[in-house]
Design a protein. Structure first.
Length: 70
């Protein structure tokens, strides 16, 4: 399969979004804290917002990111 810059290995097209760098970094830290990654959490949230059957709101960390890095 030939991949373009807008297609990943599993044929999911990329969707560029604008996110402030500090929020992106913080979200990455939270994702790792939860044992996940940004993509998985964003997709989980989107499924929940779209009311897909069986979807659940993603878990939030017990400790805010700023407090966990102190």
């Amino acid at each position: 399969m030939t991949m373009t810059k807008t297609t990943t290995a599993n044929s999911t097209p990329t969707r560029p979004i604008r996110v402030p760098l500090d929020l992106w970094d913080e979200f990455g830290d939270v994702s790792k804290q939860l044992g996940s990654n940004r993509t998985a959490l964003i997709l989980e949230f989107m499924r929940w917002m779209a009311r897909r059957p069986g979807s659940k709101l993603p878990k939030r960390p017990d400790v805010p990111p700023a407090a966990s890095s102190a």
